[in-house]
Write a new protein. Structure first.
Length: 412
């Protein structure tokens, strides 16, 4: 079977989730949505492809539409200078020093202002994702009944004060803020809600595919299905620590004849991808068992197959928002070895739904342990699947948004 033989299914509808989450859950979602009849939503973020936010919105928006809560997703535009600044913001909010051009804040504000003038905000609820478009709140008409919500996908537990002090007054102009983990919240004058990111079990990235297709994808990338396969799927970003993954693999490789797959791509709002990819390629040079795959953004079914074909999935991030790739792997019942950072400990409960680690050496240790104990690794995967089913599926996200909108309306 060739890779092209897996037909793309028609877009799933809400009812298709009933066999997974149960019919009562679907009825509840329809009932919540019915109470919002006539209300409209806008979602705004900074990239249509690459990264977890686009991944979520791609699936959430059609379902909101289906339950008749019309939702319009718009992406802000900006030049290279703007994305350099927002990437510096991103790194700084994760605790790194702020490193951008001296006029970075002016660039940030000017691009937000340009987008504000270009866009129209007529919806009842406006959800702004992450810091890049945070300044759009300036468009809010104080006389209107509009609700503005800031959805933060970043770990704000230890932000660089310079950047956070700049952003905070903007954030506090919103009606509510949404965070991916209780640890990420800050002291804010606006309400904060816990919103776990979620995966879509029926998307090409996660739906069931047959073993033959998995084998064909491994073959396509010259990965040997007969030897253990360790995989990390991530944008080529230093915070995903691809070099640390290579280090861990090399420690394992001394004892086990394994292979490493580092599969990633880049996001249109991440200017550092090419440089990091070059660093990774240099570090892996000369080892035919390290497969560095720079995948185009539409490679969902290939990523699905790579995750399914893996013996162990790694997510050795140094900092992480949530780490959707972890839920993706757990959903596929894979044993996961992942860093105890950001939202990962919500997904990986140590020794129950996966193994948490703190260093390349710890990663190597846990990989070796799981390779030596496949029965235990299998149980981790089964538990992980159940954990994702209970907390991290798309229908949960839909429900949280619907309930939030109803709560905000009650306050009117
Ligand atoms: N992803 C992808 N192609 C790639 C790398 C990642 O489609 O080359 C997907 C990955 O499967 C996941 C998302 O992008 O769905 C990454 O989300 P995560 O929360 O793990 O990290 P982020 O990139 O948002 O920091």
């Amino acid at each position: 079977m060739s890779t092209t033989e897996v037909a793309k299914p028609v877009l799933p509808v809400l009812e298709d989730y009933a066999p997974i989450v149960g019919e009562p859950e679907i009825l509840e979602l329809r009932e919540l949505a019915r109470r919002l009849a006539g209300r409209r939503v806008k979602m705004v973020n900074s990239t249509a492809v690459g990264g977890g936010v686009a991944e979520i919105l791609n699936r959430l928006v059609p379902l909101m539409e289906e339950v008749k809560v019309p939702t319009h997703w718009e992406v802000i535009t900006g030049g290279e200078k703007f994305y350099n600044v927002t990437k510096a913001f991103h790194n700084a909010l994760h605790g790194a020093p702020y490193d951008a051009a001296p006029d970075g804040l002016e660039t940030f504000l000017a691009t937000n202002e340009e987008n504000r003038r270009r866009m129209h905000f007529e919806e009842d609820f406006v959800v702004i994702h992450d810091p890049q478009p945070v300044g759009l709140i300036a468009e809010r008409d104080p006389a209107s009944r509009q609700h503005w919500i800031w959805r933060c996908h970043i770990d704000l537990s230890n932000p660089n004060p310079q950047v956070w002090n700049f952003l905070k007054p903007w954030v506090e102009r919103y009606d509510a803020s949404l965070f991916s983990s209780p640890q990420f919240t800050r002291g804010l004058r606006i309400p904060q809600y816990l919103f776990y990111p979620t995966i879509d079990p029926l998307a090409d990235k996660n739906r069931d595919v047959d073993d033959e297709f998995v084998r064909s994808v491994l073959e396509q990338f010259q990965v040997d299905p007969a030897r253990p396969i360790l995989t990390q799927i991530s944008r080529f970003d230093r915070l995903k620590d691809p070099l640390g993954v290579i280090r861990a693999y090399r420690l394992v490789k001394k004892y086990e004849d394994c292979q490493l797959v580092l599969a990633g791509g880049s996001a249109t709002d991440d200017p550092e991808g090419a440089a990091v990819l070059a660093e990774v390629e240099a570090a892996a040079a000369g080892d035919p068992d390290i497969h560095i795959l720079n995948l185009p953004p539409w490679s969902h079914v290939e990523i699905n197959a790579l995750q399914r074909g893996s013996t162990i999935v790694i997510q050795k991030s140094l900092k992480e928002g949530f780490g959707l790739t972890v839920s993706e792997a757990l959903w596929k019942k894979k044993p996961v070895v992942a860093s105890a950072v950001g939202g990962i400990p919500s997904q990986v409960i140590h020794k129950l739904t996966g193994m948490l680690v703190h260093s390349p050496e710890g990663t190597a240790y846990q990989i070796r342990f799981l390779l030596a104990n496949p029965a235990f690794a299998k149980v981790l995967g089964e538990n992980g699947h159940q954990h994702v089913k209970e907390h991290f599926l798309l229908t949960h996200n839909l429900k949280r948004y619907l309930v939030l909108f109803l709560i905000l309306l009650q306050g009117d």
